[in-house]
Design a binder for this molecule. Structure first.
Ligand SMILES: C[S@@+](CC[C@H](N)C(=O)[O-])C[C@H]1O[C@@H](n2cnc3c(N)ncnc32)[C@H](O)[C@@H]1O
Ligand code: SF4
Length: 381
């Protein structure tokens, strides 16, 4: 028996998925459809219905402490719609929020929208900037240029939001100077959180087709490793601390909501395609509008429910914790699973000892070896 199960935490994070975008960026395979205003209102109605239904199962015993609207492009919804969704959450769940984040595309925010978001209670904006090189932005199919992104960041900071920006690295035609310029400009603008995404070439995307046709040249594995290392170096020089393999911050401005995923804490994902980890179960919502709506009409919206065994939970806990710079908390591990981590995994630790930092209280992957995480972790599973 687990001494202290992973699902006994009384706090909950809620993720809300908004599957609309004005157009599709060439690399993206997220669950999102190109903007259709009629569909949007119907979606909001169903989403609010799902919030009510889910509160029947998940509101009791939990305090919601993080709320995250992601997408897609949640800032495409109008203020009345965003208000409606957040009100439904506040009315149906016991909330004591330490963070309310929303993903924003630079071309969907202006002063009026940001003030209205403040009014709803949003505290943090995660802005999809990707690059400050106009040529690269155009290549990616982004609808904004660098100037527009800078304006959105300045405005958000001026209005008092915590601001995070997304950077994409490893792009065709992207130089190391582009990467350094991104970090430098974000830093000078006062951004305190940067998520760095290594380009992933997904099946079915225009990017994949262009690479296959030889119209864009993908970087080699060595080039990708070099650019990743270079980005980490630039971030470190400017005082950004890496707290997770792809996430960097100053002044402890971590993403509390995303930390829940890596700390194996419960989160409830509502909206099309959203995933949940609640009460020791993983499950997801349908990723098709009709199936999603039908599920809510019939009060049965949970798909692919997977009850995690103690062994599954232990593996997930190890995998996710090693993503964090702080790694595995040894006393938390023994409390949750009833074993001493250092004894149970002594062989894997011995094999990887050059890559690991071991203290009395924790074990983690050394900063310079975090990118080898996948090959290190297999020895622990
Ligand atoms: C779901 S998007 C939400 C942000 C918002 N939709 C936007 O693009 O402005 C979150 C982030 O994932 C990253 N991303 C999406 N597809 C990616 C891919 N194929 N490879 C690497 N990063 C990707 C981008 O940095 C993007 O900002
Ligand atoms: S990257 Fe963001 S804006 Fe672009 S298609 Fe994907 S979700 Fe939409």
């Amino acid at each position: 028996m687990l001494k202290n199960s992973l699902y006994s935490k009384p706090t909950l994070g809620i993720y809300i998925h908004i599957p609309f975008c004005k157009s599709r960026c060439i690399y993206c395979d997220f669950i999102s459809s190109v903007d259709d205003c009629n569909q949007r209102e119907k979606y909001v109605q169903y989403l609010c219905q799902q919030i009510k239904l889910a509160s029947g199962e998940y509101a009791d015993g939990y305090t919601v402490d993080t709320l995250y609207f992601g997408g897609g492009t949640p800032t495409l919804l109008d203020i009345a719609q965003l208000k409606h969704i957040s009100k439904e959450i506040f009315d149906n769940f016991n909330c004591s929020l330490k963070e309310f984040s929303i993903e924003a595309n630079p071309c969907t925010v202006d002063r009026e929208k940001l003030l209205a978001l403040k009014d709803i209670g949003v505290t943090r904006l995660s802005i999809g900037v990707q690059s400050f090189n106009d040529g690269l932005l155009k290549m990616l199919g982004r609808r904004h240029d660098a100037k527009r992104a800078e304006e959105a960041i300045k405005l958000a900071i001026e209005l008092g939001f915590d601001v995070s920006v997304d950077a994409m690295i490893g792009l065709p035609n992207q130089t190391q100077d582009d990467v350094e310029d991104f970090i430098d400009r974000a830093d000078k603008l006062g951004v305190e959180h940067i998520s760095v995404y290594m380009l992933s070439v997904e099946e079915g995307t225009i990017l994949k087709k262009l690479i296959e046709q030889g119209k864009l040249i993908a970087k080699s594995d060595d080039e990708l490793a070099d650019v990743y290392e270079y980005a980490c170096k630039c971030l470190k020089e400017r005082g950004f601390e890496r707290y997770e393999i792809s996430n960097f911050c100053k002044n402890q401005k971590v993403s509390h909501h995303n930390l829940r995923y890596w700390q194996c804490l419960d989160y409830l994902g509502l909206g099309m395609g959203a995933h949940s980890f609640t009460k020791g179960e993983r499950w997801r919502n349908a990723d098709d509008f009709k199936v999603y709506y039908d599920g809510i009409d019939y009060g049965n919206y949970r798909h692919d429910i997977q009850k995690l065994s103690k062994e599954d939970m232990e593996s997930e806990y190890i995998m996710l914790s090693f993503r964090l710079q702080n790694g595995i908390d040894l006393s938390e591990f023994s409390q949750k699973f009833g074993y001493d981590f250092l004894s149970k995994y002594s062989h894997a630790i011995e094999k990887n000892k050059n890559y690991l930092e071991i203290s009395k209280t924790s074990i983690s992957i050394k900063y310079e070896y975090l990118q080898l995480m996948n090959s290190i972790i297999v020895d622990f599973l």
